[in-house]
Design a protein around this ligand. Sequence first.
Ligand code: ATP
Length: 244
Amino acid sequence: MIILISVGGLSKTFTLHTQGGAEIGVFDDISLEVRAGECICLHGPSGAGKSTLLRSLYANYKPDAGHIIVQHGDESIDLVNAEPWEVVEVRRRTIGYVSQFLRVIPRVATIDIVTEPATTIGIPADEAHAKAKALLARLNIPKRLWSLAPATFSGGEQQRVNIARGFMVDYPVLLLDEPTASLDAANRQSVVELIKEAKARGAAIVGIFHDEEVREAVADRLFKVAQSSVRKSRRNITAVEPVA
Ligand SMILES: Nc1ncnc2c1ncn2[C@@H]1O[C@H](COP(=O)(O)OP(=O)(O)OP(=O)(O)O)[C@@H](O)[C@H]1O
């Protein structure tokens, strides 16, 4: 099986510059491979670093050490050291990310928000619109909402718009951060079906699924994210504190 993501020696520490340089060691020396067609579930206690790892895989956070090699077309790109333009390209064509919350430009219609990732990579507008409508219908977003901006939608509706957007392009890699957190049973099932279809077409998926039923339905492997063995929280004593 083709390995689409290969992580090695990955470590991440946050430095809180506005809080006296306190350092939060999150994880240390993580190694992980994700193959085409498999879904890996990140698990571990609250605060273990699951979201931080997922965001690092999307190059939102820069790890302190290690590599994240992603197969991008014919190329292998290390996201830890990639140029910003390479990260943009990888996100457009290779890695899709469904965050917990929808963050969009105000006043843009739902249908346009969902369609955009496809038209950006050159999929014809009519084809993209047809797919967006099919996804919104599968995710039970009422038709009357499609032309409205989602700012006023319920939490679950916004999450489903976010999922529709994330599944618009057949990304080779999908990162899913609690995609079913605020959904009812019927909608959870729709998301499970979408994830299974993505696996069947060969997507490599890494997700955080707190819902046990969803996890059992989609995950092939669990990957335990453990708190860093070098976890620390110390103040940088050389930092100069402002005098009030
Ligand atoms: N942007 C940030 N700046 C500083 N510290 C952060 C940041 N993001 C996360 N952390 C810290 O990193 C640690 C791991 O957080 P993370 O959100 O990755 O955990 P998690 O395993 O996803 O937790 P949960 O299951 O509760 O969502 C926490 O101690 C958190 O305080």
